[in-house]
Structures are given as structure tokens and as C-alpha cells.
Design a binder for this molecule. Structure first.
Ligand SMILES: Nc1ncnc2c1ncn2[C@@H]1O[C@H](COP(=O)(O)OP(=O)(O)O)[C@@H](O)[C@H]1O
Ligand SMILES: [Mg+2]
Length: 256
């Protein structure tokens, strides 16, 4: 099983779009996929249209349980998009977990994934500079994908996220723990492909200089935004196909 976190410290960096799209194209390729919505805003859960099986049975239950082994499997809700695409939903109250200072709380998400029936787990992260939610993802993941829009915020969000990852690695090293986190690279989403602004061009250049830029760049299509309202997969529509194609190529780079 591979566990991928989609990370940036900026909001509007196309994290949720990238996490949901990678999950959907990976499910379309026949793999069993579980998306973990770790953002209290629950944008991914709302888009896919999943609700907890019972009240309170969202990702916050995992993060608040001292013995969460196997919980992710129980909490995962099957999406209506693909039968092999499940979601561990989020909820507003998950933000309370940011105040959790219990010992080893940051390992609970990882523990909850033990034995889960999935080939690929994808974690949609909140916009945070470190904190328990981000730490939970860093401990659970073996692969990091940075997401950025072609904007100044997009570049900043990746720079901040990379710093947090570096700090996480150093703290693991200090306690002699193995470090098996791989940085798969940076996905650039919502790129206006016809006329690119100067800011977009220079942002993409800056991201390229990290040596981690993944291609293709993901094109901007309005249907991607519209589908959040109708809770549909844009891959069902012709207008969404260029975006599906880009994420499918990126999946080949990212998913093992
Ligand atoms: N390829 C795309 N085409 C058009 N709009 C996009 C695309 N990717 C992302 N967006 C839009 O950009 C905004 C921010 O994306 P989102 O994935 O929510 O970012 P984050 O999770 O980092 O806050 C959303 O309105 C989303 O619909
Ligand atoms: Mg998001």
C-alpha cells in the first residue's frame, strides 16, 4: 500500500483538487483507493458527497482515539463515483484536534490505516504550518506531493511545506527513527494554458528551479469548479477531459 499526502501551507493551492483528482484517476485505473479528508473545511468530502456513516464517525474520531487501529477501514464511506473509491470524511469539529496534546496523538492516523483494504491512500491536508493535523499526515505518509497554483502564494506554500518536511525529517533523525518519506514532486494546478500571466510564468519558473516540478501542468477548466457544487466527477464530461488526462499522466509519476 502507498500513502500519499497532498500538501502546501497556502490555501487555494489546488490541494483538494489534486487529491480528489489523483484519487479518482487512480480508482479509474482499477486500484482500490481511500481518500482521507484531513481538512476541517471538508471540501473534499462535500465535493464527493460523502457523509459519515453515523454522527461523529469522521476523521476526527480517529485522531481523538487512543487505540485507533483498523478504524479507517470502518469509517471509510464508498463514493458514488467509483465502487473502488472510498472516503474517510471530515467535519468542522476536526479543528478541535489541533489542540490535542496527548502523547503520540500524531501517530493515530498512521495506526488507523493498519490493515485497510486499499492499494493507495491519499490524504488531503489542511492549510497549516505544522500542527497536529499536518504531523498526523507526515507520520502516515510514505509519499509527499506538493500542490501549487501558478501564483506567488502557490510558490510560498510549497516553500513553507518543504521546510516543515525538512524539520520533520530532522526530528525523526534525532530520535534515530527511519525516514521513508519520498517527495514525489510538485503538481501545478489550474494553469491558464492559452495566455499565461507574467506572474504565472515566473511562478512556474521558480517551482521548476526546485528540480521537483512534475509535468504536465494541469490546465484550468471552469467545469472543475462547477462540479464541486453538483458533487460530480468532472471526468464524466467532455470539457473535463484535458484535466483528467493531465492528472492521469501525473498519476503515472506518483502512484507506484
Ligand atoms: N484545474 C482547475 N481548473 C479550474 N479550477 C481549478 C482547478 N484546480 C483547482 N481549481 C479551483 O481552484 C480553487 C482552489 O483549489 P483547491 O483545490 O480548493 O485548493 P486548496 O485545497 O489548496 O485550498 C478552487 O475553487 C478549485 O475549484
Ligand atoms: Mg483544500
Amino acid at each position: 500500500m502507498q500513502t500519499i499526502m497532498v500538501y502546501s501551507e497556502s490555501g487555494g493551492a489546488t490541494k483538494t483538487t489534486t487529491a480528489v483528482s489523483l484519487a479518482a484517476v487512480t480508482a479509474a485505473s482499477g486500484r482500490k483507493v481511500v481518500l482521507v479528508d484531513l481538512d476541517p473545511r471538508a471540501a473534499a468530502s462535500k465535493w464527493i458527497g460523502v457523509e459519515p456513516k453515523e454522527e461523529g464517525l469522521h476523521v476526527g474520531a480517529i485522531l481523538g482515539d487512543a487505540d485507533p487501529e483498523g478504524w479507517a477501514e470502518d469509517l471509510a464511506v464508498t463514493s458514488s463515483w467509483f465502487p473502488n473509491f472510498r472516503v474517510v470524511p471530515s467535519a468542522r469539529s476536526v479543528s478541535n484536534r489541533e489542540a490535542d496534546r496527548a502523547d503520540h496523538a500524531e501517530l493515530r492516523l498512521r495506526t488507523s490505516l493498519i490493515g485497510i483494504n486499499a492499494d493507495v491512500v491519499i490524504i488531503d491536508c489542511p492549510n497549516r504550518q505544522g500542527g497536529p493535523l499536518t504531523l498526523s499526515a507526515l507520520n502516515a505518509a510514505d509519499t509527499i506531493v506538493y500542490a501549487a497554483g501558478a501564483t506567488v502564494d502557490g510558490v510560498d506554500g510549497v516553500a513553507g511545506a518543504r521546510k516543515s518536511v525538512e524539520q520533520f525529517r530532522m526530528s525523526r533523525k534525532r530520535i534515530g527513527a527511519p525516514d521513508n518519506l519520498q517527495e514525489a514532486g510538485i503538481v501545478v494546478g489550474a494553469v491558464a494554458s492559452t495566455v499565461m500571466s507574467r506572474i504565472a510564468v515566473s511562478s512556474i519558473d521558480e517551482l521548476r528551479q526546485t528540480g521537483m516540478l512534475l509535468t504536465p501542468l494541469v490546465p484550468h477548466r471552469t467545469i472543475v469548479q462547477e462540479m464541486r457544487v453538483t458533487q460530480e466527477w468532472y471526468g464524466e464530461y467532455r470539457k473535463g477531459l484535458p484535466v483528467v488526462e493531465a492528472y492521469t499522466e501525473l498519476m503515472k509519476e506518483i502512484v507506484k
